[in-house]
Design a protein around this ligand. Structure first.
Ligand SMILES: [Fe+2]
Length: 385
């Protein structure tokens, strides 16, 4: 068996109502804090209530859309100026990443590009971030248990990561009741992002027995519950199942990496403002088909194709399913959830020339079970268009 390692948030609290226990996570950190909320700050009301009841004070900062480098620099300046000793973020993956980056930059002065991958120098952080607590309101990105923050750099037209083992949250509070009011389209795209994040680590080259266990458990939870929450948004039990699957997906991707869906979705997202989950959902089936075709026709020493077969069985619930059954099942589900094609999202074929080399260089692409190459990536884009 190959050696492996596994790291996650220091503490995970899971379940409806757990947000009320937020103050326990910061009880040993005196002083004021910094609360990062999403576009609709009302959604963080239960967080404020928990802090108020514990007599804590804080400064609030609103994240709108996917965070940029300059936005989180401005946030970290405000966190420093207000004397914040801890950071809490309550929202979707973008808001959690914003909070994670603010907590890191608040203690690491200087040029943020020193620490950024791809467009910067990629140096390690010099100091530990402020203690950071992640409270997700979507069931999708798993950002509450990852060690990176995805930031837009509009001048480079890419999204890049600020990454450090120190950026794993001190606590992840996953309270499914916070996702009850999520709109159907966000439920669908974030749910399919979670599905992709359970599939790619499972078929990828860095899979390990611990993340395999999470993926084998998580994939059927998504198939049993994603359409249920899409149709009945207020069903707490199904929302809880999705929140758990999303948490597992974050743990899996943080420790076993991703693949071509994320490798291509990254640069596409950097060049547009299409939500990450929507892009992943649109690319999911074309990448499945391309990877299986490449594995079937090339050397497959680790028998990654058998991983795809097992994933097809986990998704369909049919122990006799093969990879083609899996692709068909996924395509039907993506259709029922109303995921648009790339052309309907405003992506032009002329942009493919810029996307292909960026996708090839993306860090997620390194986990893909087979090298697709420029031609293979182009075929995926054509199929998703
Ligand atoms: Fe993702």
């Amino acid at each position: 068996m190959n050696p492996f390692e596994f790291a996650t948030a220091t503490r995970v609290r899971f379940g409806p109502g757990t947000v009320a226990r937020l103050a326990e996570e910061i009880s040993d950190i005196p002083g004021p804090g910094f609360l990062v909320t999403a576009r609709d700050p009302e959604r963080a009301e239960s967080v404020r209530r928990a802090l108020r009841q514990a007599g804590r004070t804080w400064t609030e900062w609103r994240n709108v859309g996917e965070p940029t480098v300059s936005a989180v620099v401005q946030g970290s300046e405000q966190a420093k100026a207000s004397g914040s000793r801890w950071v809490v973020a309550c929202g979707g993956g973008a808001t959690i990443d914003a909070g994670k980056a603010i907590a890191a930059l608040a203690t690491n002065a200087g040029d943020p590009f020193d620490f950024l991958e791809v467009v910067g120098r990629g140096l390690p952080l010099r100091a530990r971030p402020l203690p950071f607590i992640a409270i997700p309101t979507t069931a999708g990105t798993g950002a509450e248990v990852t060690r990176n923050a995805v930031l837009g750099s509009p001048e480079h037209r890419v999204k890049v990561s600020l990454r450090s083992p120190w950026m794993l949250p001190a606590a992840a509070i996953v309270d499914p009741s916070l996702s009850l009011s999520l709109p159907a389209s966000v439920t669908a795209s974030t749910g399919l992002d979670a599905l992709t994040q359970l599939l790619e680590p499972f078929v990828g080259i860095r899979a390990n027995p611990l993340t395999d266990a999470l993926c084998r458990d998580g994939l059927p939870r998504i198939t049993r519950n994603l359409e249920r929450v899409f149709e009945n948004p207020a069903e707490l039990e199904a929302r809880s199942e999705m929140a758990l699957a999303s948490l597992f997906s974050g743990m899996a991707l943080a420790n076993s990496g991703l693949g071509a869906v994320h490798g291509i979705a990254g640069p596409l997202g950097g060049m547009s403002d299409i939500p990450h989950g929507t892009l992943c959902a649109a690319l999911l089936v074309p990448v499945w088909v391309a990877n299986c075709a490449a594995l079937a026709s090339e050397r497959d020493p680790d028998n990654r194709l058998s991983r795809y077969r097992e994933a097809a069985q986990l998704l369909t619930g049919n122990p006799g399913a093969d990879t083609a059954d899996g692709a068909r099942w996924l395509a039907e589900m993506v259709g029922r959830l109303g995921i648009p094609r790339l052309r309907d999202l405003g992506v032009t074929r002329e942009s493919f020339g810029e996307i292909v080399p960026k996708a090839e260089a993306a860090s997620s692409m390194k986990g893909n079970p087979v090298r697709l190459g420029p031609q293979g990536i182009r075929e995926v884009l054509d199929a998703a268009w």
